[in-house]
Design a protein around this ligand. Structure first.
Ligand SMILES: Cc1cc2nc3c(=O)[nH]c(=O)nc-3n(C[C@H](O)[C@H](O)[C@H](O)COP(=O)(O)OP(=O)(O)OC[C@H]3O[C@@H](n4cnc5c(N)ncnc54)[C@H](O)[C@@H]3O)c2cc1C
Length: 381
């Protein structure tokens, strides 16, 4: 599990970038619920928006190890930025890379790689979350077009994105075998984004509804086969879960590092609070969980970079489960160690707690991760 020279270079570059460019803005974009477009322009200059896209389409190459390196470092300083970046590179661009035709890759990827267009992915609907195959957004063929009607909700980058991978039902009688993946672009007739949703955390990453009212999507924007959308969707789940685990690692590490620093400086009863055994124990347990998640994330990332994501369903669900729960618990512990200062906005730990809250929900809830893990366990019995 040794990083290669290029990976170390990437890690150092992104770490410095995140510390210098994201950290100073993180509180402001959180409080103002503002999407930091200027940060994304700088990330485009560094090649981070083209990560995973082959150079021939204007990208920066890189596999899941590189994506996890960037995801962890961005989330260490600004979980909102990591969320919007992840939706762009992983949920949208990586899937088009994996499943698009040569013509589609040439058409869509260069603008995503340079950041000219911001991407996202839309599967969730008001009545279809964990049970995503219950989606109702309908796509009906009309000559060389498909006409989409319906509403997606909770879509990361929804209010600001330009290009979305959208799943819609093409066969109302079939459940999983009646869904198709479409690329829908801003400006298509009948496609609008709803208002930005107000959130507890990830407030610098805009989330919203996508609305389709007789939206005409050209046939050539179908990714994969008609009624083959579930295959496209499933092809991205394992890398999404691992990337969310890496982002949770960044967030959990932020909680730990800030807490250690604070515990060494804060004096009560004439002692550093780090010298109280109950505080010490909390810090030791936080560090232990970070180490466990670190081992899990990097061993899986190297394995996935080598062999692809297909056979890693149980492992990635386990990594997402453990990592997201670690981030949430570490954020709770951090706010406890900071005492009253953990509850006010002067310090970032209250934001860490709000940002960590989504990690056990988005990308599949902890309950769904347990279900996936158990199903895989049963297969092996
Ligand atoms: C900030 C944010 C960003 C998001 N970004 C995107 C995005 O970019 N694209 C996208 O498509 N979606 C996105 N989502 C949606 C996200 O993936 C869903 O919220 C998530 O999958 C859960 O679905 P739900 O909210 O409908 O909850 P529900 O499915 O209604 O779940 C409610 C509760 O019931 C439990 N539950 C449900 N089914 C079972 C079961 N079978 N067994 C046990 N417990 C169960 C759940 O675990 C949960 O505790 C985002 C959500 C948020 C909040």
């Amino acid at each position: 599990m040794e990083f290669e020279e290029q990976q170390v270079l990437l890690r150092n570059t992104v770490s410095r970038f995140a510390k210098e460019q994201l950290a100073p803005l993180a509180s402001e974009i959180d409080q103002q619920e503002r999407f930091p477009r200027e940060t994304f322009e700088k990330m485009a200059e560094l090649g981070l928006l083209g990560l995973g896209i082959p150079e021939e389409y204007g990208g920066f190459r890189g596999k899941i190890v590189e994506a996890c390196i960037v995801g962890e470092k961005l989330a260490r300083y600004c979980a909102s930025t990591a969320a919007s970046w992840g939706a762009h590179v992983d949920l949208c661009a990586a899937n088009i890379c994996r499943n698009g035709t040569e013509e589609q890759k040439k058409r869509f990827l260069p603008d995503l790689a340079t950041g000219k267009k911001l991407g996202g992915m839309a599967m969730t609907e008001p009545d279809a979350g964990s049970d995503v195959l219950a989606m109702k957004t309908r796509a009906v063929q009309d000559g060389d077009f498909y006409v989409l009607n319906g509403r997606k909700t909770f879509i990361t980058n929804g209010p600001v994105g330009d290009l979305f991978l959208v799943y819609a039902r093409t066969d109302p009688k079939a459940r999983g075998k009646g869904i198709t993946a479409f690329v829908v672009e801003k400006g298509f007739d009948g496609f609008t984004s709803g208002k930005k949703l107000e959130k507890l955390g990830w407030r610098g990453s805009p989330t919203g509804d996508l609305i389709f009212e007789d939206c005409r999507v050209p046939r050539e924007n179908i990714i994969g086969e008609v009624n083959g959308g579930v295959k496209i969707l499933m092809s991205g789940l394992n890398s999404e879960r691992l990337l969310l685990a890496a982002e949770s690692l960044g967030l959990g590490r932020a909680c730990l590092e800030d807490s250690v620093q604070y515990a060494r400086e804060r004096v009560q009863f004439g002692k550093r609070i780090a010298d109280f055994q109950m505080v010490m124990e909390k810090l030791a347990r936080m560090a232990t969980k970070v180490e466990a998640v670190k081992a899990m994330v990097w061993s899986q990332a190297f394995k996935m970079s080598e062999n692809g994501p297909a056979a890693m369903t149980m492992e990635t669900a386990a990594a997402k489960l453990l990592a997201s729960e670690m981030a949430l618990q570490n954020a709770l512990d951090a706010t406890q160690i900071f005492g009253g200062y953990g509850y006010i906005r002067e310090f970032p730990v209250e934001r860490y707690l709000r940002d960590a809250r989504i990690m056990t929900i988005g990308g599949g809830t902890s309950e769904i991760m347990c279900q996936v893990i158990f199903r895989e366990l049963e297969k092996g019995l």
